[in-house]
Design a binder for this molecule. Structure first.
Ligand SMILES: Nc1ncnc2c1ncn2[C@@H]1O[C@H](COP(=O)(O)OP(=O)(O)OP(=O)(O)O)[C@@H](O)[C@H]1O
Length: 248
């Protein structure tokens, strides 16, 4: 059984380059809601503000909302990439994350070496390591590029490798940013089939997306963020319809 529970979750980013006083003042005056000065007199952006939610096994949740609403920040916080500045986050279950293809990859190592590093990190037996290597190479379809340092990969090749690696081991909680579905048509077809299988096996899926077809097709619940707050949480059809009805 997997579980994600947030209570009063807050994430902020300091804006270090805003030291100049007048600029700071102007910005604070214009964006009083999300930009504030903290106790240490630093200007910070409130990316997530007092989020409360509970996601249980069997749920497939879409995070929706306009640019800058906080979707990616929330995904990254769930993945443990960002440390909340306030509140509590409880996560039970092994996480597989497809947020940033470069995350957890060593740019100077080859694709194959990166797969081996991941296997070592996960403490896999030599047999499982060999199986993982074979599976990832086959799915990514990179051919001889598996033996080229990944800093020489195109964006699409990096996505292929990261996708193959993240989906090779069945996670209980799958975190995903929609642009992982980018790529050429052949890969998207393959990726969708793989994801469908994974989603049915994962206990929880959380996907950040602007694509309402993905929300309706894949998800059982939609959480809509606006300026770092949750403004709607419920069945996808209802939350999407409400959002569409609002003037943009
Ligand atoms: N590393 C960072 N440093 C400073 N501010 C950040 C950082 N990451 C995000 N932010 C700010 O946090 C807020 C939320 O951004 P986030 O990327 O989570 O939004 P989003 O909903 O994923 O947007 P989009 O749909 O454009 O991808 C924005 O105001 C953004 O400027």
């Amino acid at each position: 059984m997997a579980l994600i529970e947030a209570q009063g979750l807050r994430v902020e980013f300091p804006l270090y380059h805003l030291a100049a006083r007048s600029l700071k003042k102007r910005l604070l005056a214009r964006a009083a809601v999300r930009v504030r000065t903290d106790e240490a007199n630093r200007v910070v952006v409130s990316a997530l503000r007092d989020l409360n939610f509970r996601i249980e096994s069997g749920e497939r949740v879409a995070l929706i909302g306009r640019n800058g609403a906080g979707k990616t920040t929330l995904l990254r916080s769930l993945a443990g990439i960002y440390e909340p500045v306030g509140g509590r986050l409880r996560i039970e279950g092994a996480i597989g994350s497809m947020i940033d293809p470069a995350a957890g990859m060593d740019q100077d190592s080859t694709g194959r070496e990166n797969v081996r590093l991941r296997a070592l990190y996960r403490n896999l037996s030599p047999a499982d390591q060999a199986k993982l290597e074979e599976e990832v190479s086959e799915f990514a379809g990179l051919g001889e590029f598996m033996d080229v340092p990944i800093k020489g990969y195109s964006a699409g090749m990096a996505i292929r490798l990261a996708f193959a690696l993240a989906t090779a081991m069945q996670p209980q909680i799958l975190l995903m940013d929609e642009w992982f579905m980018a790529g050429d048509a052949a890969f998207i077809g393959k990726a969708e089939a793989r994801l469908a299988q994974l989603v049915s096996g994962a206990d929880i899926l959380v996907i950040a997306t602007h694509d309402m077809n993905i929300v309706r097709r894949w998800c059982t619940r939609a959480i809509r963020l606006d300026a770092g707050r949750i403004v709607a949480d419920g069945p996808p059809d209802q939350v999407v319809a409400e959002m569409m009805a609002e003037p943009s």
